[in-house]
Design a protein around this ligand. Structure first.
Ligand code: DGJ
Length: 543
């Protein structure tokens, strides 16, 4: 039904098709059409309701602590690292036993897996590379700074490093091809938060030689720029240069991995602000920041999407990040977001933008917490904040994913200033307001009421899909949703509000909301509810 975005996607899909013929289930793939994206899993659109485990939970025992957490939050997918140092502790000797443990445990707990390859870059550092790589600077050179001193980060410019990393990564993909015919692993992230802090490019002799050259033809075509790096990119040239070489390196891994098993592959970004063009020395230079996505797209066609790791608690910034990574050539996915409860509300604007997945970070019970990025502790309140939207969407996950791939959708979260948020879809404006009881209006003076307990909390969000000219699907929590005619005509009405679900792709009504349940907007507070709203105009006249 959906067509492919680009020739490479088509080639991947053909490869996927060939592989699918030999496997038990069709290969997962990403499909895009007219600005909509879908992650296809087992042959149908899928929304990743994810949780990422802590960094050192990539061993059989700590991994066991993740499943109760993931079950409690109604996750369908776990994101788990596998480290180059554990796969190839001795050069040329491979140990894939953790991967088998991961597949076994995930299948036993009915979860899909997004596999994170911690190789040459982990938060820019080579900390997860094997000791035989880390300790051999002659063979695997680090970047040089402006003074010619070694920087901690591996240089992306030396083929020996890329080839060694790629060899190990391909072993992982070989293992998946041979031992994961049912595609428990649905996506792969080669490397983690690439780039380098403080030193924007490799200032070695080789780095300087390459930096003096003309920019690559593919980059010139994509950006319309020409000349040397400095001529083309000015003050951002060192960063543009490093971005090109890091992206090309990661692309080499992804391409080789996809030749073995053509799973969707993505990269994640350490973010440096939602609207400023970053100082090249104050950002993970080379990583897939929103402002260098075109460089990544040109250098890394084997990467399906770039994704933001969100630890910023300012609601306006989060929304800007979501907008920046939602593009016709880039499906939105949030592979990491803080696990404090205030981050849960951003699930709604993510899926409302057609996002294919969402995953708070640190979702296991290994006892580690990355506060102040995330929660101080994963207590039941934090978990419940993620569990509610996940439970809501998981009840109709396949249907929502199919709808989001084809129909207009929108989503929002309570902003820090608590202001109403609205959208116009078709003939109707849909408004989300926050912090109200289910009954009554906040401007009533004839009766006194205490504020709702959640009124001062950073909770609340909603997503809506326009199903037809007059029908809308609505989900959310801690929100009041109101419908009004977009052109303010006075004969508009909500004709019916059905709470229900989809069964075999067909809407099934469990009850009709009316009276108190609809007189003061549609109040979705603390339980998973899916509504189908039918609107109409009683004068019968079309708009
Ligand atoms: C972002 C990284 O991608 C994660 O692996 C982790 O280090 C978090 N930052 C911080 O907990």
């Amino acid at each position: 039904m959906l067509t492919k975005l680009a020739p490479l996607a088509l080639a991947c899909a053909l490869a996927a098709h060939t592989a699918a013929a030999q496997t038990a289930t069709p290969l997962p793939r990403l499909e895009s059409r007219e600005g909509h994206h879908a992650l296809i899993v087992d042959g149908a659109p899928f929304v990743m309701l994810g949780g990422q485990v802590n960094n050192s939970s990539n061993y059989a025992e700590p991994l066991k602590t993740a499943w109760p957490v993931l079950d409690a939050m109604h996750a369908n997918t776990v994101e788990v690292p596998i480290a180059w140092e554990q796969v190839e502790p001795v050069e040329g000797q491979y140990d894939l036993s953790f991967l088998q443990d991961l597949l076994d445990q995930a299948r036993a707990h009915d979860k899909r897996v997004v596999l994170l390859w911690f190789g040459s870059w982990k938060n820019t550092s080579p900390s997860y590379a094997p000791a035989w790589v880390k300790l051999n600077n002659a063979r695997f050179p680090r970047m040089k700074d402006q003074q010619g001193k070694d920087h901690g980060v591996l240089s992306p410019l030396f083929p020996a490093t890329m080839e060694a990393d790629r060899r190990a990564f391909v072993k992982v993909m070989d293992y998946l091809r041979d031992h994961d015919r049912q595609n428990t692993v649905i996506m792969v992230q080669p490397e983690n938060e690439t780039g380098s802090y403080r030193v924007p490019r490799d200032f070695s002799a080789e780095g300087n030689r390459l930096f003096a050259q003309q920019i690559p033809a593919a980059l010139a075509r994509k950006t319309g720029k020409s000349g040397t790096w400095t001529q083309a990119f000015g003050a951002q040239a060192p960063r543009a240069f490093n971005t090109w070489y890091v992206a090309s390196y990661v692309n080499a891994l992804a391409q080789a991995g996809k030749t073995v098993k053509a799973l969707p592959m993505y990269v994640n970004a350490s973010l440096a602000g939602p609207s400023n063009v970053p100082d090249p020395t104050g950002v993970a230079s080379g990583g897939p920041q929103w402002d260098v996505l075109d460089i990544w797209k040109a250098a890394a066609p084997a990467i399906d999407l770039a994704a933001p790791d969100i630890y910023d608690r300012a609601s306006g910034n989060v929304i800007q990040y979501l907008d920046k990574y939602t593009r016709p050539d880039n499906a939105l996915m949030v592979p990491e977001i803080g696990n404090a409860k205030e981050f849960a509300r951003f699930f709604w604007p993510t899926i409302g933008r057609g996002g294919i997945g969402f995953s708070p970070f640190g979702m296991d019970a290994s006892g580690y917490f990355n506060y102040p990025l995330g929660a101080r502790a994963l207590d039941s309140k934090e978990l419940a904040a993620f569990a509610l939207p996940y439970a809501t969407v998981s009840s109709i996950m396949r249907d929502w994913a199919e709808i989001a791939a084809t129909r207009p959708t929108w989503g929002t979260a309570k902003p820090d200033n608590g202001s109403d948020q609205s959208v116009t879809l078709g003939a109707w404006t849909i408004t989300a307001s926050w912090g109200q009881w289910q009954f009554g209006m906040k401007d009533w003076t004839w009766i006194k009421a205490d504020p709702a307990p959640w009124a001062s909390e950073p909770v609340g969000g909603m997503a809506v899909a326009q199903l037809s000219d007059h029908e809308y699907l609505v989900m959310g929590d801690h929100v009041r949703v109101s419908f009004s005619p977009a052109d303010k005509r006075d004969d508009g009405m909500v004709v019916s509000v059905e709470e229900g679900t989809f069964r075999d792709g067909k809407w099934v009504t469990a009850r009709v909301w009316n009276g108190d349940q609809t007189d003061y907007g549609l109040n979705l507070i603390d339980r998973p509810q899916v509504l189908k709203v039918t609107t109409g105009f009683y004068s019968g006249k079309p708009r």
